[in-house]
Design a protein around this ligand. Structure first.
Ligand code: PMP
Length: 389
């Protein structure tokens, strides 16, 4: 419920709702298997270890990669920080360039700024065209200019819904020996991801956006690259031998998972991915995009309505403004009607600047949303316009 009305939850790009099986897997772990992993030789610890290991296997399997290429982290943000700090610290040097795009989330900007400042590298930003697509010509020119070492790019924009052609981009980047890091936070819930096909070197996502728990996420890294990277954080579990003279480190993924991990979170995420694997993602996409189209068709009739991101192949994310109405006021009226959407800069301040707006309202759909909810959303937006103009 929301404000006493049945909720129409259209803030899925921020976080998703969880299926019962995921919630049950968390309470099951705490009630029946709660113990630390990697350490105990008693049965309970072995059970916890095997659930944790199975979660990793399940995720690796879903993404078509190897188990030792899956690293558990807190979420996409920590994942990108891990990559910037290990790949960036070991591979970037003064004069190198990291390519980002204008549509990146702050989580895929700030960690690179921090590492570039430390090593003396610079950032080049690829612009977004008026329809919300990436300027591929500029991107390909930059990939070929001999300075870039890393490209870090979202698969799907959280604000525009734009789906970037990751496979093609990766192929092009690899021709020039550039590492490709993909922020998959917004693509995982909407399409079947096959990383051995995509070819990227790194891929990150957050559990809570793919129907899994909060506080858990994944970094995929190609084994051949992870093997040459230094550790991220130091502590227990990531070592081989420790002495005051010097320490040696465990192989991946342990090298990148210092300390007691979020065992329950990993198990819950494994369960969420199992749940996802039972959905037909093709059908999910058709359903979500149908809802998007229904909303678009009606909302575009409103005077002063503007949608940001209008490419044909876009995820079910609808960012909009209505002239002379503040997005926040629209969202407040929707809230009173039981409808949850988001307003603001969506952690994409550079993108907002290039769009020439301070904020947009954003509705984002998931497979469990319905045409009735979409209809209520449209009706409430129309009502807000009637009240506010
Ligand atoms: N990248 C993108 C594209 C996102 O949409 C988000 C979350 N809004 C993140 C990264 C960061 O995810 P988290 O806050 O779960 O770490």
């Amino acid at each position: 419920m929301n404000r006493g009305k049945p909720i129409a939850y259209l803030d899925n790009a921020a976080s998703s709702q969880k299926p019962t099986c995921v919630i049950d897997s968390l309470s099951d772990y705490y009630q029946r298997f709660n113990s630390n992993v990697h350490r105990g030789i008693y049965e309970l610890a072995e059970d916890a270890e095997s659930l944790y290991t199975n979660a990793r296997k399940c995720i690796a399997n879903y993404l078509s990669v190897e188990n030792n290429e899956i690293i558990f982290v807190r979420g996409a943000t920590e994942g990108l920080n891990l990559i910037a700090n290990t790949l960036g610290r070991s591979q970037l040097k003064r004069g190198d360039v990291v390519i980002l795009t204008e549509m990146e989330h702050h989580a895929n900007i700030v960690p690179w700024q921090m590492i570039c400042e430390q090593v003396g590298a610079t950032i080049e930003v690829i612009p977004v065209l008026p329809d919300g697509s990436l300027d591929l010509e500029k991107l390909f020119n930059s990939l070929a200019n001999g300075k870039a070492r890393v490209l870090s790019i979202c698969a799907t924009s959280n604000t525009l819904g734009t789906v970037n052609p990751i496979k093609k981009i990766t192929e092009e980047a690899h021709k020039h020996g550039i590492f490709v890091v993909v922020d998959g936070a917004q693509s995982m819930p909407h399409e079947k991801i096959n990383l051995s096909e995509s070819g990227c070197d790194f891929f990150v996502f957050s559990g809570h956006k793919v129907f899994g728990p909060m506080g858990i996420g994944v970094v995929f890294g190609k084994a051949s690259i992870l093997d040459i990277l230094p550790p991220y954080q130091g502590g227990g579990d990531m070592i081989d031998q420790v002495s005051f003279e010097g320490t040696t480190f465990a192989p991946s993924p342990q090298r990148f998972e210092a300390g007691t991990p979020n065992v329950a979170g990993a198990i819950g995420l494994g369960r969420a991915i199992q749940y996802l694997s039972q959905l037909d993602m093709q059908e999910v996409q058709v359903h979500e995009r149908k809802l998007l189209k229904e909303a678009q068709e009606q909302l575009h009739q409103i005077d002063g309505f503007k949608e940001y991101g209008t490419t044909a192949n876009k995820a079910a994310v609808l960012s909009f403004t209505i002239s002379s109405v503040h997005p926040h006021d629209v969202a407040s009226i929707l809230d009173a009607e039981g409808i949850a959407i988001r307003t603001g800069h969506h952690c994409c301040q550079p993108l907002m600047k290039s769009l020439g707006v301070e904020a947009t309202a954003r509705a984002s759909f998931a497979f469990y949303n319905t045409p009735e909810e979409t209809e209520r959303f449209v009706k409430a937006v129309k009502k807000s316009v009637a009240i506010l103009t």
